[in-house]
Design a protein around this ligand. Structure first.
Ligand code: ZN
Length: 124
């Protein structure tokens, strides 16, 4: 499952941050999830709970911040909103739309005990 490796990536970030910053407990992980990132949020929540067992983030809350999908439409020559990858342009109906925003998932903050809030890092 794709979401399992994503959850493991989050665990890696949490553990690396804990080592660097010396916090001992993670209360919540704030994730930015793009509409075009192909991440299934419910599946990710499930995997997150499983993967975090026995770590300092066991039972931590997973907060999801949705990011809207954006694309560049070639015929229109402008940025348009798209709800899903490979959706047509909402203005002209063309499929020549290149995704430009909302394609990523990343950790944007950790709510921890014992250290200040953590800076963003990329998850792939
Ligand atoms: Zn268009």
């Amino acid at each position: 499952m794709h979401e399992m490796s994503l959850a493991e990536g989050i665990r890696g970030i949490v553990e690396d941050s804990a080592r660097e910053q010396g916090f001992t407990r993670v209360n919540a992980v704030v994730l930015e999830v793009g509409a075009l990132s192909s991440v299934e949020v419910e599946a990710l929540r499930f995997c997150f709970d499983v993967v975090m067992r026995g770590t300092l983030a066991e039972g931590a809350r997973l907060d999801i911040e949705p990011v809207p999908g954006r694309g560049w439409c070639l015929p229109c020559g402008q940025t348009v909103d798209i709800a899903a990858l490979y959706d047509p342009c909402p203005v002209c109906g063309s499929y020549q739309v290149q995704a430009t925003g909302g394609t990523e998932m990343r950790v944007i903050a950790l709510d921890v005990d014992g250290a200040p809030e953590h800076a963003p890092q990329q998850v792939e």
